[in-house]
Write a protein that binds this ligand. Sequence first.
Ligand code: 1QQ
Length: 377
Amino acid sequence: LMVGCSSGGNTSAPAAGEGSSGQAASADGQEMQAKIGVVGFLSGSGAAYGEAQKAGLELALDELNEANKGKLKIELKFEDSAGEKEGAINAVNKLINQDNVVAIIGPTLSGEMFAAGPVANEAETPIFGISNTSEGINDIGEYVFRNSLPESIAIPTAMKAAGEKNGLKKVALIHASNDDFSVNGYKVMKATAEKLGLEITSEATFANGDVDFSAQLTKLKQTNPDALLVSALYKEGSMVVKKARELGFTGTILGGNGFNNPKIFEIAGPAAEGLIVATPFSPEKKDDKVQAFVKAFEAKYNKKPDQFAAQAYDSLYIMSQSLLAAGKADREELRGKLAQLKDFTGVSGKLSFDEKRNPIGDAVVVVAKEGKFVPFE
Ligand code: 1QQ
């Protein structure tokens, strides 16, 4: 044996090079084969979220399969849920029962996770949210994980910063009432406003799929708020921002995680200027790991990564690390290693987990300026 001769941590000599039989295994020198399912919002009104996630995952896949050669080979199997609960449930069932995946990454929306998470949990298959920011995700069960920073951390960070800098006293709230994520974000906004002693002048709702927000926004504007707090996905959210400006609202506009996608600049146009959001990821961050990621992403896709790409990218690194620690592509072993994850530093920051496996991390506050987000300071 050549123990001591190899460099680094590569303990298993890759023998003849093609030892793998397609079987999930092992610590015996064979390359472990791991099939991971991905459920994403890949078509429809929020497709840009799913596309960003797919791009981040595929970049991480290239890097990891290269780095793990001889030890671990990951295969990704993508399913499109179209942002629908039914779609997510069907995708999860298919990935578990037909494709026999070791774990699932996604689905994109909190509402989809609330619907499909229990299916994976029941089937004792780890499911890992990369953009589920609502309260209660981890309560679904022991097989449910996420690395997405909850709105309960992000929104208060943004509201505090905006409140101090822009001298906010009165706020109006608007949200999508038929989307779990948007409802959760609204609740966080309301509770934070109360905590910060901000007066709530008025509230309004709409439904995902709506295109006309004039009535709601006219009513909110009449109450003279200093700020409009918007909890929505990017499509409706951007149209709300645009309409508010068209109606002459000149105050602060602050949104939740749904706005962390470049699509908002396309839809809202110049009306996006000044929009304030909190995010765990900024491609501007002066950090070697972040800059290496941004560079690799730009080389592959010719654009900058957003938060959705970053959290997706990080999730595959977490999967890889946990699979290698488990020593085999086994759902139960993988669940155990994921549950032991204490700290992880990825491109979307340093993450640790509370006793319910909820991520704890820092959010940076950013503001839209000339077609991109820059630090709010
Ligand atoms: C959630 C979110 C959305 C913005 C994901 C696209 O954070 O559904 O929890």
